[in-house]
Unconditional design. Sequence first.
Length: 105
Amino acid sequence: MQVPEDPLAPIGHAFAEPWHAQVLASAQALIRAGHVTSTQWAETLGAALKLAETSGKPDTEDTYYQAALSALETVAPFSDTELASRKSDWEDAYRRTPHGKPVEL
């Protein structure tokens, strides 16, 4: 008789890419810091997921990531100008970082 696998054991990686987890960790950090409530985050993420669904996007991890990123940008305590500047800084840092090295601002 074969012993069944542990149903509580992790199945591979929870996220395909580290930045998928970082979006959710960033949302949690905003909640803990009091910038947003867990209810505001859940409602904003739910709305972003609903928009993706009604737009015909496939039910994939990337669609979920994009919805979570959109929700994070919506609740983040940054002006549109600050957010655009931060995105630009990260894009510049990403482009100048050698493959396999961590991106640093």
